[in-house]
Design a protein around this ligand. Sequence first.
Ligand SMILES: [Mg+2]
Length: 243
Amino acid sequence: MLAIVLCRHSNLKTRYWAVSLNSFKPHVRNTGSQSRSFSPILDTLRLRGGIYLSGLQEKSLKVPMPRQRKAVFLDRDGVLNLDTGYVHTPDQFVWVSGAKEAIRFLNELGFYVFIVTNQSGVARGYFKEHDVLALHKWIDSELSDIGASIDDWRYCPFHRDGIVAEFAMDHHWRKPEAGMINDLMETWPIEKDESFLIGDKSSDLAAASAAGIAGYLFSDGDLLDFVKSILSKRGHAQRSEPE
Ligand SMILES: [Mg+2]
C-alpha cells in the first residue's frame, strides 16, 4: 500500500513522497543498525515545517493490516552468490546457479522474499555501509531484469572483533541471533508457520530456530531446484506451481 506524503518547503514548492505502508510500522530504509519506522519521517517533515496528507493527523495514516503472506528468508553470501569472502562489489558477485530464478519463482508463488545477511566486513573496516547498500541496489537491478524482486533487506554490520568503533560490538541482529528475522516479522504481515529460511551455515539455521521458523541448509547446486525440493517437502508443490 502506498501513501502520498506532501511536504511544503520554505520555498513554497510542494514536494511529494511516495511512502510504502506495509504495516502499522512501515519500513522505510534499512540502516542495519535499527529499523526505521514511519515516525522519523513525520518528525522530519515537521522539522521542515512540512505538512503531510494534506494536513491529516498522524493517526489517520494508520491503515488496515494487509493480508498476511508466507515468507522466505534468504541468506546472501553462499545462497544468492558464491561466498568468496567479504563480497562487496558487483564485480566480485557471482550468482549461484538458479538463484535469480528461485527468487522469481517465490515471487510468483506469493511469498515475501527477504534477505538477512551478516556483513561484518563493515565492522572490520573492509568496506563501508554504502558499499553494502550499493551492492544490494545492483542486485535489485539484476533481479528486475528478469522480473524478480526482493521485498526487503536486513544486514548486520556489527562484529565484536571489529576495528570500526561504531560497529565493534555484539549485536542481536547478527546471526545466529534472530534480530534481523524478528525485525522483518515486526515490519511485514507474515504467516510465520508457513515461512522458512535458507542459509549455508549452521548459524543461519540457528537464527531461524531462534525466530521460530524452519531452516534449510543449502550447500551447493541449483537454488531453484533446492527451493522446489523444500516446497515439495512442505506440501506446497501441488498447489503452488505456477501455470
Ligand atoms: Mg552465508
